[in-house]
Write a protein that binds this ligand. Structure first.
Ligand code: AMP
Length: 677
């Protein structure tokens, strides 16, 4: 009942009388069942969990002297009450034993979950009794059995694969098995396995003649075509690793990648050569070679840890970082994916993903180790809904992999699906939105959520998605371990959020020229018995469910995914801050509507300046790829700060150009910032 005082009316006596009267009225309601309050609160809980430690002050003397003094005295079932969970801890006056009773509403937790929670409590008491000075996060609340389940059983992914082979060797073996089978299609070009292998051999021999060999890096700057794929195979056949350079990237970024990778040779196409920034490398074009020449597979000293490719991803400190991936990781990945979701010689794969995104390897190279057919799609088609629908109808692929943005684009373009219901749809790179699940399931044979960072080779976990089920990222692929850990590297129990770490055969070498960052992200694997084993810190939040499947729950940092592109907002801010008229800035992702997220920059200009949006965008475009250039920039007098002086990104004003109505309850505090006109 609200108190009804009106300031400034009546005397003090009136006020006291009013208080007294209201107190009387309130007293009539002094017993009010909590469940009733909750019900009247609109059904939403005021709280979920109640922890009741009865009269704890009298138990000061009741400290177990060691963990051995503590015993679990069996379990007598769980009572029901109205809360998700209520816990009572009391001392039995007769036996002097601590009794823990758990009650639940019978809906939120299963009996097994309640048993586990009771176990965590006992385990915590044991841990505290054995070392009362350690930080609470350092204590492991898991029983030995549960730890074994999380760390071992759910990670028992051992599978044999060709550990000593390279990607190119798997392809060569396939070319030997099915020389006349169609391998690569692009527009009117079709190459058989024999032709593709032969052309790749010609390039490889040429590159070897230029001194290219194992352990070296070769730039690959080509438009999407059959030759693009032949060139990849040719580079791999020399034992060198390829460095994909997107012809659409701005010169400054390409220049940085060339300098950082120190490539000595770049494989390109005649019409792209002039657009490359100044470099020291030698350029080779397939057009200059006699591809009809018959030459055998090149001989080379191969070792499975040899790098196969380097992928540059956005770096939070302002420069992209190159992740080095070895053949062995890719070969393991291939064996795992060929099994589940499954790929074989009968498959027709529509390849839509840019080579700068590591997942393209699944679409381009994996099929060629299995005898399947790759249909390479041009960038113009891959980014145009209507044209991509047409391609799908023409090619009738059995497998296509894309980011949610591309699947969404297809749905929006009226794609009616695969009539023969043969299409396996692989979706990954960012959160799979629930709203596209059902429409996709209606249009293909199966839908798979693929999860994984570049640093652990393409995808590390996967899950087949069924209608109406939660969107999980599933279980680790072959020879891969996933751990959900707290900041002290202690596994978090089922259902409890922690950071996701990935270990096993998919791990990258690390970042090129970034030993510091490599050491920060690739840590010793505390659960492995293999000397030197490492685990990669993903920066993703996750939890296990009780069936041993993972759910991804966002990021611990400022890395975002926008239309499948991995972006460190800090990299954009670093470039923007270098503009002479920018005093300080912040960049955020703004959700305009479902499936429509936009980058927005906030700029505090230097006094007396007011840089135009076009100018800022042009400045950014010189250094960053188009997908990293904010759509709009807002000029502010100052950036909002949190009480401890950090930029308060949650309190930046909505950009007027993109503003959408917000629900009343979510309206931000009145913004005291004045927009500069
Ligand atoms: P990238 O290195 O470009 O493959 O980006 C890896 C990051 O993308 C992961 O660390 C996740 O944050 C995000 N990501 C990739 N796939 C998924 C997925 N299926 N669901 C949720 N997040 C994903």
């Amino acid at each position: 009942m609200p108190l009804r005082f009106q300031a400034g009316t009546g005397s003090w006596q009136d006020l006291i009388q009013a208080v007294f009267k209201q107190e009387q009225e309130l007293l009539a309601h002094r017993w009010y069942p909590l469940a009733e309050i909750q019900r009247r609160h609109g059904g939403s809980a005021l709280f979920d969990v109640m922890f009741n430690y009865t009269h704890f002050h009298v138990y000061k003397d009741l400290v177990a002297s060691s963990a051995a003094d503590m015993k679990v005295l069996g379990q007598h079932g769980f009572e029901r009450n109205n809360f998700a969970l209520s816990t009572n801890v009391m001392v039995d006056p007769i036996s002097d034993q601590i009794r823990l009773s758990l009650q639940s509403n019978g809906e939120t937790f299963t009996t097994r979950q309640l048993q586990r929670i009771a176990g965590y409590y006992v385990q915590t008491l044991n841990a505290i009794a054995s070392d009362a000075t350690a930080a609470y996060q350092a204590h492991n609340v898991l029983s030995e059995q549960e730890q074994h389940l999380l760390v071992r059983s759910w990670n028992a992914t051992e599978q044999p694969y060709a550990r000593d082979k390279g990607i190119h060797q798997l392809f060569e073996e396939q070319a030997e098995r099915t020389p006349d089978a169609p391998a690569i299609h692009f527009a009117n070009t079709q190459l058989s396995y024999r032709e593709a292998n032969q052309q790749a051999n010609v390039l490889a021999r040429h590159l070897q003649g230029l001194g290219v060999g194992p352990g070296m890096l070769v730039g690959h700057c080509m438009e999407r075509s059959a030759e693009m794929l032949v060139a990849l195979l040719g580079i791999l056949k020399t034992g060198a690793a390829y460095v994909p350079i997107d012809p659409d990237y701005p010169q400054e970024r390409v220049a940085y990648m060339l300098e950082d990778s120190q490539v000595q040779v770049i494989v390109s196409q005649p019409w792209l050569v002039d657009s490359l920034p100044a470099h020291q490398a030698q350029v080779v074009c397939l057009e200059e070679l006699d591809l009809a020449m018959t030459v055998g597979n090149p001989e080379l000293d191969f070792y499975p840890q040899q790098p196969a490719y380097i992928i540059y991803t956005s770096g939070s400190t302002g420069k992209p970082k190159g992740t080095i991936l070895p053949h062995q990781s890719v070969v393991n990945f291939f064996a795992s994916i060929a099994q589940r979701p499954g790929m074989s010689a009968d498959d027709r794969i529509l390849a839509v993903t840019s080579l700068s995104f590591d997942i393209a390897v699944l679409e381009l190279l994996l099929p060629l180790t299995l005898g399947a057919q790759v249909f390479v799609v041009s960038r113009a088609v891959a980014t145009n809904g209507a044209e991509l629908v047409q391609q799908l109808e023409q090619v009738r692929p059995t497998l296509m992999q894309a980011t949610p943005a591309t699947w969404r684009m297809l749905l929006a373009s009226g794609w009616s699906g695969d009539e023969s219901a043969e299409l396996k749809m692989l979706c990954g790179g960012e959160v799979l939105p629930q709203e596209i699940v059902q429409p996709l399931l209606e249009r293909g044979a199966s839908l798979w959520n693929m999860y994984g960072p570049t640093e652990t080779t393409i995808w590390s976990t996967l899950e087949q998605i069924e209608a109406g089920q939660p969107i999980l990222i599933g279980q680790p692929i072959a020879n891969t371990q996933t751990y959900v850990l707290n900041p002290q590297f202690v596994p978090t129990p089922v259902g409890v959020v922690g950071e996701l770490y990935i270990a096993g055969d998919g791990l990258a070498w690390g970042y090129r020229h970034r030993a510091d960052l490599t050491a920060e992200r690739f840590l010793p694997d505390p659960f492995s018995t293999v000397p030197g084993a490492r685990m990669y810190r993903t920066g993703d939040l996750a939890h296990w469910n009780s069936a041993g499947k993972l759910e991804c729950l966002g990021r611990t940092d400022r890395q975002v995914k926008l239309r499948g592109h991995r972006i460190e907002l800090g990299e954009i801010e670093t470039v923007l801050a270098q503009h002479p008229a920018v005093q300080s800035c912040a960049v955020i992702v703004y959700q305009v509507a479902a499936g429509n997220q936009q980058l927005v920059g906030y700029v505090v200009p230097e006094p007396g300046t007011a840089p135009a949006l076009a100018e800022l965008r042009a400045y950014l475009r010189a250094a960053l790829p188009e997908y990293m250039v904010p759509n709009t920039c807002v000029l502010l007098e100052a950036l909002p700060l949190t009480p401890n002086g950090k930029v308060d990104r949650n309190n930046l004003p909505a950009p007027w150009r993109l503003r959408r109505p917000r629900p009343a309850l979510c309206r931000p505090h009145a913004i005291a910032l004045k927009r500069l006109s």
